[in-house]
Design a protein. Structure first.
Lengths: 160, 203
């Protein structure tokens, strides 16, 4: 039986509600809890602007994670250019004074970009390797390998 | 490949993603990227869903009479634009004017309307209905006559049954011949409540 393809896109609010928690986890893993909100706002703004180009019935999750991944990379590249002093006080501090950020994910952010992205998409955003591949624009095999290499490196750092 | 232990997802602050989603309505409005905004409004005649476009208020639906919030938003997404976001602040004037109306402090609404969801005939019936003053009633036949066809009172009644903006377009003020209350989009008890609010003694 062919899959039922809806005739219309769902209202964007429903799309946002469906994907916000996963995008948030991914961005916290990628850029850290302080910068996650900037990337979150930019990701969903880009998605809203391009929303009418999303075909009804296509893989919404892979689509929004591709956008979030690009925004995270842009943010990281801009951060390197800015070379911000680590002691600078962040402006954010929205709602929760104690923003949790476990040591492991701080180390994930020390991985090379490809490994970091693959590990974060797979284990923070809980995507399948196929969806990780779509977001990264690489083959499923390459996505699997990057995640594996990232994990191996994390383990080596832990044990050495 | 060897099996490696997999990391648990990062801890995220409770409610952080929801808070970011809520802030997103402001982001989208600031960038003029949203086409349709909505809010739910609690009133003495039940919960309403108000939907607005850049042109004006397009829907004011009784939540329990149009299949619930999801169904109302599906209509908005399909027929107005899928760029739909909940943005209570964008409906502040609608909320305020309705509060004044229900408090007895307002007899006409000063809101831009987007009539796109209504057929051309229904739009004509709606325009004629807006002209009926607070606290008065006219018959469907009067509306039909005003539109040039005295025999079309049933069609006028059907058109008002499809009124997407009740209360603001006061279809509750339109009654059957000899003043009998007939149907109402939100249920007869609401028609009665609205007319009593406007000071009409019924029964």
């Amino acid at each position: 039986m062919p899959p039922i393809v809806p005739a219309h896109l769902p209202p964007f609010q429903r799309f946002l509600d469906t994907h916000s928690a996963r995008v948030w986890r991914y961005l916290v893993g990628m850029v850290g809890p302080l910068d996650a909100d900037d990337c979150f706002q930019e990701s969903f703004l880009a998605a809203l602007r391009a929303y009418d180009r999303l075909r009804p019935g296509s893989d919404e999750r892979a689509w929004i994670m591709t956008i979030a991944h690009r925004k995270a990379l842009d943010h990281l590249a801009a951060g390197q250019r800015r070379a911000r002093p680590t002691a600078s006080v962040p402006e954010v501090a929205h709602h929760d004074p104690a923003i949790p950020d476990d040591a492991l994910w701080q180390r994930v952010r020390g991985l090379p970009p490809k490994q970091r992205a693959a590990v974060t998409l797979r284990y923070a955003a809980d995507l399948t390797h196929a969806q990780v591949a779509t977001a990264l624009g690489c083959s499923e095999e390459a996505a699997r390998r990057s995640a594996h290499e990232g994990l191996a490196r994390l383990r080596k750092e832990t044990t050495s | 490949m060897t099996q490696l232990p997999t990391p648990a997802p990062p801890n995220v602050a409770e409610g952080a993603a929801t808070a970011a989603s809520t802030r997103f309505a402001d982001t989208a409005l600031a960038h003029d990227a949203v086409d349709v905004t909505y809010a739910t409004l609690d009133t003495p005649v039940g919960r309403l869903v108000a939907v607005r476009t850049r042109a004006g208020l397009a829907m004011l639906s009784y939540e329990d009479h149009r299949g619930g919030l999801d169904a109302i938003l599906d209509v908005a997404a399909a027929r107005l634009s899928p760029r739909v976001l909940e943005a209570p602040a964008a409906l502040d004037d609608v909320r305020r004017q309705l509060e004044q109306y229900f408090a007895g402090d307002r007899t006409t609404f000063a809101l831009d309307l987007d009539l796109r969801l209504a057929s051309p005939y229904t739009q004509r019936v709606m325009r004629a209905t807006i002209a009926v003053p607070f606290g008065t009633t006219v018959t469907y036949a009067t509306i039909a006559t005003a539109l040039g066809n005295p025999k079309a009172s049933r069609a006028a009644g059907r058109a008002l049954g499809a009124n997407p903006i009740p209360i603001v377009v006061p279809c509750h003020r339109i009654v059957g011949s000899s003043g009998r209350l007939t149907g109402y989009t939100g249920g007869m008890h609401r028609k009665v409540a609205l007319l009593e609010l406007e000071g009409l003694v019924l029964g």
